[in-house]
Write a protein that binds this ligand. Structure first.
Ligand code: AMP
Ligand code: ZN
Length: 453
């Protein structure tokens, strides 16, 4: 069976009655507090459920968004998710088998390094750059240093870092995050930097060992964001430091606890995450709840107003990584670009009101950016993402469910990848038209990747 990207992640068609939706929104706006949903009829609840699934209803109206966020935060519990084990306790372990592609026997020096990291305390306190390099065998140290020196570039080769650590993705991810957050961006001054290091370490440790959505993907999206901001210096300069830090941490944590299964699978199988979040972006809601819980010790050190802003930004960025938002994000951007053109101006990322919408586009672009990377980097990610799909398809077969992702041996990889590329390209192309945003290099790479298939 062929799988097209529009089918895999496309938005549901909006079949609801526009008048009924407007009436529902008027009602929601008039309701003062959190008991709002009790006052709704069955039809209205059905509409609300559709809204929370991400249909246009939610987006057309501020009231719906507010309620959505309020309900989401009501559902959030204080899971003490310090490590992957705690995430697993709260939400269940991935049924996928551990990833053999990432499993290599670590050398004694790496085992020693891991032990040093563990001995530093339950929070796996982040080790310093110097300790890190001195624990890597000499011959690989040079490779590591060369690879990390390009951490600010779009063409950065994350796999060179993984190879230097002999396939140890946790140590590689840590080296990348350290190089971006503490070295290149310099978020290390002040009395709270140890808390920030602990939060980073806990986030990495809270990823599950699945083929694609593991801690390396979190670190990779963080690096991509850093590089994308470097490509658009005026936008980067317009952002406050605390916004950049939250954005980088949101990237790092955007798939935390991911079980390697799609939202669709979780909903169809009645997984506890789908039950918890009423089928509405269960993965992204879980990532946000876990991430913000992990970030609490650091956020609490910030002034109350900043905490509130950071929390809202973080949640908004994580929910923007739901693939169901893809077409809507492009549509909204096209509208903003057209409106600005009508006024004889340009939609400018540097205008304060546009910071958050543009960061949402950026995080989503980074999340789907592997075809925009050098071919060899992209191919390794592709093997892993396909392996994860195949494992879900194996589970679906075992359970007698219809396949919702490509199955092992049943997919024309070139066709599927070209489908994915044509699905993501318009996002980069539209973003390239924003004043202050430069997507020329990612776009050229996407085209080069397409030509190679
Ligand atoms: P996320 O699950 O947040 O990482 O969302 C990004 C989605 O993009 C992933 O779930 C994958 O389904 C998809 N994706 C990323 N890279 C590829 C790729 N090379 N081929 C197919 N799908 C991809
Ligand atoms: Zn992701």
């Amino acid at each position: 069976m062929e799988y097209l990207y529009g089918l895999l992640f496309g938005t549901e068609p909006d079949t609801t009655d526009v008048d009924a939706r407007h009436a529902l929104h008027a009602k929601l706006d008039a309701l003062p507090d959190r008991d709002a949903q009790i006052a709704l009829t069955a039809d209205e609840l059905r509409l609300l459920k559709a809204e929370m699934r991400g249909t246009p209803l939610k987006r057309q109206h501020g009231g719906g968004d507010e309620l959505f966020v309020r309900m989401r935060s009501d559902l959030e519990e204080d899971h003490d998710a310090k490590t992957a084990d705690a995430v697993v306790d709260a939400y269940g372990a991935s049924p996928l088998k551990p990833n053999p592609l990432a499993k290599r026997r670590p050398s004694p020096d790496l085992l020693q390094l891991r032990k040093a990291v563990q001995d530093a305390g339950p929070l796996h306190d982040l080790i310093s750059e110097r300790q890190l390099s001195s624990s890597v065998p000499k011959e690989r140290r040079r490779t590591l240093e060369t690879a990390l020196s390009a951490v600010g570039e779009w063409g950065f080769d994350v796999w060179a870092v993984v190879d230097a650590f002999q396939g140890d993705t946790l140590l590689a991810a840590r080296a990348v995050v350290d190089a971006v957050v503490f070295e290149a961006r310099g978020f290390r001054a002040g009395s709270t930097s140890h808390l920030l290091r602990q939060v980073v370490a806990k986030m990495l440790a809270s990823y599950q060992d699945v083929p694609y959505h593991n801690c390396l993907h979190g670190a990779d999206v963080l690096q991509a964001m850093h590089a994308l901001l470097n490509l658009s210096p005026s936008f980067d300069d317009a952002l406050d430091d605390d916004v950049v830090l939250v954005t980088l941490l949101a990237c790092l944590s955007h798939d935390v606890g991911h079980p390697g299964l799609t939202n669709n699978f979780l909903v169809e199988t009645g997984h506890k995450l789908a039950i918890r979040y009423n089928d509405a972006s269960p993965l992204e809601n879980m990532h946000a709840a876990v991430a913000l819980n992990l970030a609490k010790p650091y956020l609490r050190t910030r002034p109350p107003e900043e905490q509130k802003g950071a929390r809202a930004l973080w949640i908004g960025l994580l929910l923007a990584t739901d693939m169901k938002e893809h077409s809507h994000q492009i549509y909204e951007l096209e509208r903003s670009l057209a409106k600005a053109k009508e006024r004889g101006t340009k939609y400018d990322a540097c205008a304060p009101a546009h910071h958050v919408p543009c960061l949402k586009l950026f995080i989503h672009a980074c999340d789907v950016s592997n075809p925009a990377k050098p071919w060899a980097v992209y191919r390794r990610w592709t093997s892993l993402v396909m392996e994860e799909f195949w494992r879900q398809a194996d589970l679906e077969r075992e359970r007698g469910l219809p396949l919702t992702v490509p199955g092992r041996g049943a997919t024309d990889l070139a066709k599927f990848q070209l489908g994915f590329i044509s699905f993501v390209r318009p996002l980069f192309a539209a973003a390239d038209r924003i004043a202050g945003v430069e997507m020329g290099l990612p776009l050229r790479r996407i085209d080069a990747t397409a030509r190679r298939w």
